[in-house]
Design a protein around this ligand. Sequence first.
Ligand code: 3H9
Length: 689
Amino acid sequence: MTDSGATSQSVGTTQVVGNLGVLTIDYPPVNALSVHTRIALDSGFRQFAADPQVKAIVLICAGRTFIAGADISEFGKALEGPNLQDVFDSIEGGTKPVIAAIHGTALGGGYELALICHHRIAVPSAKVGLPEVALGLLPGAGGTQRLPRIVGVPAALDLITGGAPVPAPKALELGMIDALADEGKLREDAIAFAGRIVSEGGPLLRVRDRQDKVEPYRGKSEIYAEYLKKNARAFRGFKAPFNIVKAIEAAAELPFEQGMERERELFGELIASTESAAQRYYFFAEREGAKVPDLPRDVQALPIRSVGVIGAGTMGGGITMNFLNAGLPVTLVEMNQAALDRGLGVIRRNYEASAAKGRMTSERVEQRMALITPALGLEALATADLVIEAVFEEIGVKQDIFAKLDGIAKPGAILASNTSFLDLDAIAAATTRPESVIGLHFFSPANVMRLLEIVRGAKTADAVLATALKLAKTIAKVPVVSRVGHGFIANRVMSPRSQQAMELVLQGPTPQDIDRALYDYGFAMGPFAMADLVGLDVIGRGSNERTLSGDLVKLGRLGQKQGGGFYDYDEKRQPSPSPVAAQVIADFAAARGVANTGPVSAEAIVARLLYPVVNEGAKVLEEGIAIRASDIDVACILGYNWPVYTGGPMFWADTVGLTRVVDGLRAMGIEPAALLVEKAASGGSFTRN
Ligand code: 3H9
C-alpha cells in the first residue's frame, strides 16, 4: 500500500453534531490501522472524552470502506506510534457509548475495533469478518475473545477459521452487528441511532462482559477436538486454524483478561511462523500481478460488452461460464450441432448443480443460460468485442482459425487464444492485426480456477493488455502476465516436477513413496496419483518416445478411468499399490539401464522434484518471461495448488536457502540457472528485499 503522505491530522476529522461526536477516518485506500490511523483514533477519542458536550461518539470512515484491518505492510517492522491494544483499551474503557458506523468491509482489526465499540450499525451492502486466517494469523486484537461472546462457540469456530466476510443482513441475524442503516444514509442513521442511545441512557454495553453465549460450552473440550477432526483435510499444513481453535477455547474457559493473554501468545506464535510470512507475502503477491511496470498508466482499456468463445469443450465451456457469471453475453461457437449441444448441456448441468446446493436460484440459472447465443461457424463472431479461441492445442489448427477470424472480427476486436504451450506470436502472425492478439490462458476447470495467465505477444498493443488486466478483475481472476515462451509460466516451471518423478521412480522409490512425500509437503496429491486422475493416455498424447505412461497404456492401464495406472483402483476409486505397475517400472528401468539405488528420504524426494522447479523459475525470470518472482509463485499456487503456506516455489527456495538449492541441483547433475547461482553467491533472494 502506498503512503500518500498522510498525517494523523489529515486521517482523522472530528466534528460535534448536537451532543454527539463524529470521528471520521480517512486513510485511503482501505483505512488500514496504520500508525496514522492509530494516532487519529487515539487523539479523536481523547478529544471527545474530554468534551463535556459530547455524550456519545460515532466512528465512521470516508472512502470506499470502513477499516479493512491492521496495516499488513507494517507487520514485522518496528512499532511506530501508539500500540493498537492501548488505543483499543482507551476506547473500550471510555465512559461514553461509541457507535461503529460500517460501510464497505470491516475486516480483521477493523471489525475487532467495531467489537470494542458499544454498538455496530451497517449499511446492507457492508461485510464484516475476521479474515486473518488467510494471512496465517488469528485476530490478535480481541476478536477471538469477543466474537464467541456474541455468536457462541460453534459459529465463532466457523467464522474465524473460515475467515469469509459476512454480508450485513446475515451479520445482523448472527448478532455481529446491531442494526442496519439505509444504503447511502449511514452517517444520518448512525447519528440518529446514537441519539437514541443517549436518550435511553442505558448502561454501557461491552462485548467483553457478556457470558451468555460462551457459558453453555464451558468445560466441553471435546467440541474442539471434534472440530479439528472434522476439518482435518482443510486445515492440513496450516498453523493458524489450530491456534484459532485454541484461542476460542480460551474464550469459553478463561476470564476475559486471561483469554486476551492467551490470544496474544497464540498470535505471537503465528506472526513468527514461516507459514504466516508466506501467506502475508502471498496477499501482496496476488495484487502485484496486475501491475506491469512498462505499461503506461494512462492507457485506456477497451470496452468489452460482448464475448465470443470458439470451442464448447471443457475449456471453452468453463471460460464461457466466467463471462456469464459477470453478466456478459457470450456467443459460443462450435463446428457441429452435437458438440454445441453437448457443451451447452455441460454448462447447464454445472449451474443446476450449484442451484441444487442452494448456491443460486433456478431463476439465476436461466438468466445465465439466456446470455449464451449458440452458433455454428465463426461468422457469428463479427460483432464480438473479444473472441477467445479454445480449440485443440495444435498450432496449424489455431493459425487457421485466427486467419479466418481476421477476416470476420470487427476492427479493434481483441483476438485471444487460450493456448497453454504454443507460440502466441506464430498464432498472431496468421492475422493482419497481431497488435490485437493476446493469450488468455485459463486453468482447468476454467470456471473454478482463479489463475489467468495473460500472454503478451511481441506485438500486443498496450491497450489490449490493459483490457485483459481489467477483464481479469471483472471475471474474478488473478492475472499474471507472461511473455511468449513454451508453456508460459505455470506449465513450464512445473513440468520438471513430473519429469523428475518419472526418473526417480526408476531408481528405487515407489510411486507411493514419491506421492506421499509431495502430499506431506502440502500438495493435494502427488504426480503419479495426478497422472492417473488426468489419464495416462492424455499425458502421453502426441509423443512418439517410449515412456512409462505409454508402457502402462499399452497394457490397457489408462489411469483411474480404465484398468488402473500407476495404482490399482477399487470400485470406489480408492488406490492401492500395483504389482503390475511395479513390474512395468522395473522393466522400463532395466531397458534404460537405470540401477535401483534403494529408498530415498521424503526430504530428498521433495528436493529432487521441487528444486528443478525453482531452477526453471529462475530461468523464466532470467529470460524475462515472468516480470517478477512473486508472479511465478502466484501462478504455481493458483494454477497447481502449490501449498500457499510455503509461499510458492520462489519464496520457498528463499526459505530453504539458495546456496542449498544450488548445491542440491548440482548434486542431481542439473546445472543451476545463472540467476540462481548469482543470487546464491551474493546472499540475495528472489522474494525478500
Ligand atoms: C489484522 O487485522 C490483524 C488484527 O487481528 C490485529 C492484530 C494485532 N493492510 O484488495 P484490494 C491494500 S490483519 C495493508 O486491491 P479490493 C492492497 O494491498 C488484516 N494494505 O482492493 C491494495 O494495495 P495496492 C485483516 C492493504 O477493493 C489496496 O489496499 N484484514 C490492506 O479488491 C487495495 O486492496 C484483511 O485481511 C491491509 N490490511 O478489496 C483484509 N488491505 O493498491 C485484507 C488492503 O497498492 N484486505 N490493502 O495494490 C482485503 O481483503 C481487501 O483488500 C479488501 C478490498 C476487501 C479490503
